[in-house]
Design a protein around this ligand. Structure first.
Ligand SMILES: Cc1cc2nc3c(=O)[nH]c(=O)nc-3n(C[C@H](O)[C@H](O)[C@H](O)COP(=O)(O)O)c2cc1C
Length: 329
């Protein structure tokens, strides 16, 4: 069972990934970096790949991700990535944003089975053994992925990461665990589950309900509780198992207290992250943008989080921001 950190554009950038590993250790087996678009024809500008330069990736095993629908550009991009030492590549088949999906990219790609298949063929050809996809149940229907299984199984993917929502749901509403249950064992390659894992109980529930899962991928839950990956890894090492009856939905049962020491560690981490963004970004706007997005999820770790978050979000200067974050406790 492999534990991974999901790609979250604007959040899991290289600075976050390296700083996180320094402050919380590295319980992840790997992370998929936020997507890089396949927009450039011809020579690929190195700056497009700056988030995956090996020297900025620290100790976290990083798998690059691309988004697009052009098989020749996928090959071109993969070859550029190989020059930086990568032999793995993930294709984003799940991005729900309308302006992406309507153009046949992200969650729009699986709606065009021929093009989807051409992308899989290009991927396994250029990254043999290391090509994977991240996908939803469909864009509009929860049955699209199921209908594509015969195509997907023709290609020796390294793994398939499934977020069991539709694109139209964006990131809200229930995950369709019953639909996931119907299809999970039909794939010829390892299956990784992603979506709404918020507590250790959720991870243990999923592993009990779907014993053949090859991995769990954490996204927003790892921001809401930065200790979550370490706690899950520790529970697995200790041989813990889900002991309640298996229901239809994720239990979200919080068992580990947010102690004063843990909260302080989160604050120290946030301050270090802020410092690094201040060193590498120009002007207050991008620094505040990054930190506001971070606190949008991480504020929930604190009892008074909702009130302070409002202050953080309203801050227009670095001084206002620094004053607001001192109030988290
Ligand atoms: C702000 C944000 C940015 C995201 N960026 C990406 C991305 O670049 N590539 C991708 O495959 N998924 C992206 N996702 C989807 C997440 O990887 C993940 O599938 C989704 O958040 C569900 O998992 P979670 O409930 O554990 O967060 C993004 C999600 C959010 C909320």
């Amino acid at each position: 069972m492999r534990l991974s950190l999901a790609p979250l554009r604007g959040l899991t950038v290289a600075t976050y990934r390296t700083c996180y590993a320094e402050y919380f250790g590295n319980s992840y087996d790997y992370t998929v970096a936020p997507f890089i678009p396949l927009t450039t024809a011809g020579r690929i500008q190195p700056k497009l790949l700056k988030d995956i330069f090996p020297e900025v990736c620290g100790t976290m095993h990083t798998v690059p991700q691309v988004i697009g629908k052009e098989p020749d550009r996928l090959i071109e991009m993969a070859n550029a990535m190989k020059e930086y030492g990568y032999n793995e590549l993930n294709l984003n088949c799940g991005c729900p944003w309308k302006f992406v999906a309507k153009k046949g990219r992200g969650s729009g790609l699986p709606e065009n089975p021929e093009l989807f298949e051409a992308m899989l063929a290009a991927g396994v050809q250029v990254m043999p053994g290391g090509f994977s996809i991240k996908i939803r149940l469909g864009r509009k229907s929860i049955d699209t992925l199921e209908s594509l299984i015969p195509i997907i199984n023709k290609y020796p993917l390294q793994e398939i990461i499934i977020h069991p929502r539709t694109g139209e749901q964006m990131y809200e509403g229930d995950v369709f665990l019953n639909k996931f249950a119907e299809i999970v064992d039909s794939f010829a390659m390892p299956v990784v589950y992603n979506g709404d894992i918020k507590t250790v109980s959720d991870a243990l529930y999923l592993l009990k309900r779907f014993p053949k899962l090859a991995g769990l991928m954490l996204g927003r839950g790892a921001f809401e509780d930065p200790f979550l990956p370490g706690d899950i890894a520790a529970a697995l090492v200790a041989g813990e198992e889900y002991s309640e009856p298996i229901g239809d939905t994720l239990p979200h049962k919080q068992t580990l207290p947010h102690t004063k020491e843990r909260k302080q560690q989160v604050i120290d981490f946030a301050n270090a992250l802020y410092q690094r963004y201040s060193d590498e970004l120009f002007g207050p706007a991008p620094i505040l943008g990054r930190m506001k997005e971070f606190w949008e999820y991480t504020a929930t770790y604190f009892g008074n989080g909702a009130d302070i978050l409002r202050k953080v979000q309203r801050s227009k200067t670095l001084d206002e921001y620094e004053h607001a974050v001192k109030l988290f406790n």
